[in-house]
Design a protein around this ligand. Sequence first.
Ligand code: ANZ
Ligand code: ZN
Length: 822
Amino acid sequence: SESYDARALQEKWQARWAKENPFAASEDPADGRPRRYVVDMFAYPSGDLHMGHAEVYAIGDVIARYRFQQGENVLHPIGWDSFGLPAENAAIRNDSHPAAWTYANIETQAESFRRYGISVDWSRRLHTSDPEYYRWNQWLFLRFFERGLAYRKDGLVNWCPKDQTVLANEQVVQGRCERCHTEVVRRTLNQWYFRITDYAERLLDDMAQIDGGRWPDEILTMQRNWIGRSQGADVRFAIEGRDEPVTVFTTRPDTLYGATFFVVAADAALADELCAPEQRAEFEAYRSEVAKLSDIERQSTERPKTGVFLGRHAINPVNGERIPVWAADYVLAEYGHGAIMAVPAHDQRDLDFARAFGLPVRVVVETGEADPAQSGVATAGEGVLVNSGPLDGLAKGDAIPRIIEILAGRGTGEGTVNYRLRDWLLSRQRFWGTPIPIIHCPECGEVAVPDDQLPVRLPDDMKGADLAPKGVSPLAAATDWVNVDCPRCGGPATRDTDTMDTFVDSSWYFLRYCSPHLDSAPFDTDKVAKWGPVDQYIGGKEHATLHLLYSRFVTKVLYDMGMVGFTEPFARLLNQGQVINGGRAMSKSLGNGVDLGAEIDGYGVDAVRLTMIFAGPPEDDIDWADVSPAASLKFLNRAYRVMAQAGAASAPGTDPAGGDPDLRKATHRTLDRVTAAVEAHRFNVAVARVMELVTAARRTIDSGPGAGDPAVREAAEAIAITLSLVAPYLAEEGWELLGHTGSVAVGNWRSADPALLVTESVTCVVQVASKVRDKLDVAPDISEEELERLALASEKVQGFIGGKQIRRVVVRAPKLVNIVVG
Ligand code: ANZ
Ligand code: ZN
């Protein structure tokens, strides 16, 4: 049998789409179609497209194409996240400028995207490494700076010794650099931050807008944990020999009378300050041991507790008790206030420490459990307060507000909320990113580069070894670039030499797509008001606490600036699974990588896309070892022949009434179910339904009525239309073979005729001991459980079972139930 030439179709229809531009979004105010904004997470230009890209863009394209088919005015843009380390590392290797590698890869990927047949508006394409784009990163940075949301501070930062740059907390995965997996160390550096912590509460509260299935629960949970809201109290302890008290954060202020010692993070400046002279040698030795540990090791509950006494005492503000001050590594410098009141009876970490160093344990909440000092298990449950002065007899829930009241009355504490979330560390000591638009002047301090001097462009004469990691930004060596006049006083000054974290670039790019060429603002607020927020966002869940959190934060700031009218950027989010091979993630070391180009060369774009979509629900991983692009291609050939035969035998506009009634019903059932499946993002189910329709049409062609039956044309047209979401080339070709002119892809969706959707039934035979005893009318898609229940409920059947014992029930839905008795 004839089979179609996938490559020829691709070339033919690519040219047609390029010419006719069917996927351009319209900005015409007279265009009354509903607007729809669909965005796929943009690509990083490392090499050519790979299987992961092929999956996410195939999924996003089903959604976008379905909207085009519905006759909506769809904005489905494409862009590149084109700053970042791989380009810089390649430039160092190849003695070139990172732009060379970046833009060459972008061209390669753009070509591959075109070939892959994605329904995008190419006129809106953007690249974040273009000065026309990163200029607006700088502009936004300056707006944040003016609002006090961008600031510089000395802080302990995560440092990747291999990439020689700092990393945000979000970029440290299990103590290692997210990119190169080198173990991260801590360093004190003066760096720029965005004050995302000011938005912690809103980042939590606004989740109400995107929960309930609009975003995957998993992502919301990860963000909630990352923000880590803790309700508790700040309590101020006086320190002997120090004027200022030291504040601790506690979630259990009710246990204040049980505090038997005080602990300061060993690596915090406070520990160094509090250390008494006679303890100094011991402390410094300990501190240098701690510096060698990763955060993971420090927080591990398995490790024995370590620490040193600092030779000082703190005073409990409620009972005046003197308690010893220790330095230890289980208290983190960066959380709360970097110091704690230790309550060993009710906190396991404190109890482990107390037992290791022979410190007292005092129970203040009687829970009925064993004495922690004996059992070694801290008691954290509900109970009644004891040994606690005015709190005695109160339940834990009542003691907390009471003690907060007492502390507030004396000015030694107050109720507070603490977050795990840290401010967003922006500075990177690398070249290939957005220069921070600040000038450091010895007279004026930090001076903003005036807006009319933006963009601060990267020098284009640096390459190769100029970019090698040195611990300071490579830009520091570009003295012509660095040395400038202060915009305020005109005196000699220097540019900031760090570049921004590239997550700044991706935190607002979806807004830029609405007016990608605008050169007077980052985006046209009227256009964003019309398109935004993004109706459907598609991308990987690896960005849960990075890009997806940062975008939400930046959107809220833009809202506060009056630039956008919404506070959540992505109304709906779909996280696709991964493409794996043989049960394992594809990797060079395993040698199990699958080359997208080779798959496309072998089977054609449509078959590869269909395979991706048919493999399972979009959220699930696809194991390429378990799927068959060859089978997909076979199916597409069957669909092709149905469309070709129908096209040869009848003309467009043929009235389907009077056609094969069974096929007509099958067609309308398919339209109905495919629509429901696509709306529910069950794209694999939609494909399965189209496959059934192709089989049904084939049956009618090969049996009596033949290809000229008007129901065959109706079915073939439905096949072309529904397949256009997953196999766009074949769908266009089929549509043309069916005698239509113009693209099938836009505004052609058909809804089912309700009159043809009458639910059918099939007859199910019920046997008892292999003899037919009853017949039931059931739905063709009845489940086995339901069918078994109905069969056993039949009075006739029950009569034949009598008192006998049922040994087994064999169910072959929908046609047979056999009850084995004995
Ligand atoms: C006394 C206490 C008694 C505590 C008790 C707990 C139970 P979350 O829920 O994570 O916010 N803590 C405070 N700052 C810390 C730091 N920098 N490093 C390590 N631990 C720190 O945890 C808050 C609790 O963790 C605080 O409440 C404090 O111990 C400890 F029966 O204070 B608690
Ligand atoms: Zn100055």
